[in-house]
Design a protein. Structure first.
Ligand code: ZN
Length: 506
């Protein structure tokens, strides 16, 4: 310890180490999903488990708690809004990390890896009964976890889990946003279903060699503002973004020769996540909450905004189609901007969430949120999950579920105990629609800029309003600051109807 070091300096040194260790953990995870040879799997698990143990020890170190206490007692820090916000978030993280006993942490992690294996087999064999005991165990362990964490005043156990992904949001607040959205979307979808307009899949199903798609995707990501000197685009089974640290934010996508629009959507989605990571002040505050994302919902708003509001707009295709023709060549030559615009905005209810369009996607999410909440409240027995799932698919999307593989076994989340994660997808869509309305008000000629391939003004607007703040403001407040409005479902509905009514001539 040098003489002039303040408690806040010492805290920063510890946070930098925690941040570095967690970047190492993320790098091991990135490599596992992209490059690692198959036989390295079991040693990788050992490496990951060691790093995660070291991280847990550091995050729960009583010395860290003491330092926090010292900083909290320092009037100079209390008077500095940034540092005070930083301490508020650190206290929250430290509290959450230390309230769960280490044997429960170990049991949760062991159960998750075994339950995920059981889920994979159950999904492949279409055998819900073999997954059921694991689902029951995950719910019971996560109830214990919620009890240790403690629900907010007047809240319920599920809130303590949701808090992990969307700080400050409760189940009843989420339901109040979702219920009217579900009703409005369901009735809008039945209008679309009755429209005589049917669109040729066209561009969505054009056959384009993967190498050409790779080049096209890379060019688009770069043009949106993704810094490839501080990142890279690779292939993985499930696309993801990994913000590894200062100067290193990597994304992945996946390609199919007959689905070029899906690859582009997933690249633009991950690019949106990556632009957020690259815009966080990680250099300045390594390991500090102020250099981390505000919430999963805010993170998802950044990916959705670039994927949907930008990537499925007509101005975007005015710029992108000539580039697509140049790089993808003959397979896309015959399409007009209008053809592509209609094709990437087709509304077709599907059984699988990740294959769903913008309008039906949120119905998938709200169904999962309601069912997991019902299981946590004890209103739905996990045994009855398949029947409840199938009922809701019929009611909300008008689809008959032929088997559990394409029903309640399709997602990984519950197998790894990620209860409270699903709602953040729809929250992300709500935030994105709200930000989009505000951006259109505040950025002159946004459509024309996008049609020229000029995305910098939108990115700068997001950088200043969202990225630069890290976790300084809770998600809801961040949304209010940038849009001037409370979170609501109306902007998303206005956006979807504004686009889809003309397309379906409603
Ligand atoms: Zn995402």
């Amino acid at each position: 310890m040098t003489k002039n070091e303040t408690p806040y300096d010492r805290l920063s040194t510890r946070l930098r180490e925690i941040g570095t260790l967690s970047a190492i953990e993320a790098l091991l995870g990135w490599d596992q999903e992209t490059m690692m040879p198959p036989k390295a799997g079991s040693f990788r698990a050992e490496e990951l488990s060691l790093v995660s143990r070291l991280l847990h020890d550091r995050r729960t170190d009583p010395a860290l708690g003491e330092l926090l206490g010292e900083c909290e007692g320092d009037p100079a820090i209390a008077g500095d809004a940034c540092r005070a916000a930083d301490l508020r978030e650190l206290r929250r993280d430290y509290g959450r990390a230390t309230r769960i006993p280490s044997d429960l942490v170990a049991e949760l992690s062991e159960t998750s890896s075994r339950a995920m294996q059981a889920w994979k087999n159950a999904r492949q064999e279409n055998d819900f009964s073999s997954f059921l005991p694991w689902l029951e165990k995950q719910i019971s362990l996560n109830r214990d976890k919620a009890e240790c964490l403690g629900a907010p005043e007047g809240g319920e156990p599920y809130d303590a889990l949701l808090e992990e992904y969307e700080p400050g949001m409760t189940a009843s607040e989420a339901a109040a946003l979702f219920d009217p959205l579900r009703e409005a979307l369901s009735s809008f979808l039945s209008e679309i279903a009755e429209s005589p307009v049917r669109h040729d899949p066209g561009f969505v199903e054009a056959k384009v060699p993967v190498e050409a798609q790779q080049e096209f995707n890379l060019q688009v990501a770069k043009r949106l503002g993704y810094d490839l000197e501080a990142g890279r685009l690779d292939v993985s089974v499930h696309p993801f973004t990994e913000g590894l640290g200062p100067g290193d934010t990597r994304i992945t996508t996946r390609y199919r020769e007959d689905r070029p629009a899906d690859a582009l959507a997933s690249t633009m989605h991950e690019t949106g996540h990556a632009l957020y990571e690259q815009g966080l002040p990680k250099d300045r505050l390594p390991g500090h909450p102020l250099s981390q994302a505000a919430s999963m919902g805010i993170h998802e708003s950044q990916s959705r905004l670039w994927e949907n509001q930008v990537g499925r707009s007509r101005p975007f295709w005015e710029w992108a189609l000539p580039l697509a023709r140049e790089i993808l060549g003959a397979p896309v030559e015959s399409y007009s901007v209008d053809d592509v615009y209609r094709s990437v905005n087709a509304v077709i209810p599907k059984l699988i969430r990740v294959e769903s369009d913008e309008a039906t996607y949120n119905l998938h999410i709200m169904l999962r949120f309601d069912l997991e909440l019902a299981m946590f409240r004890g209103d739905l027995s996990p045994r009855d999950l398949p029947a409840a799932w199938n009922d809701r698919m019929k009611r909300d999307l008008g689809l008959r579920v032929p088997d559990d593989r394409r029903g309640c076994l399709q997602d990984i989340h519950w197998s790894v105990g990620a209860f409270g994660y699903f709602p953040t997808y729809t929250l992300g869509n709500l935030y994105a629609a709200q930000m989009w309305e505000a951006a259109r008000r505040e950025i002159l000629d946004l459509d024309r800029r996008i049609a020229c391939g000029e995305f910098g003004s939108l990115l700068e607007w997001l950088r200043a309003g969202v990225h630069a703040h890290g976790r300084r403001y809770p998600a809801g407040e961040l949304g209010r600051r940038i849009t001037g409005a409370e979170p609501g479902y109306e902007p998303l509905l206005r956006y979807l109807e504004g686009k889809l009514r003309p397309i379906y001539r409603l």
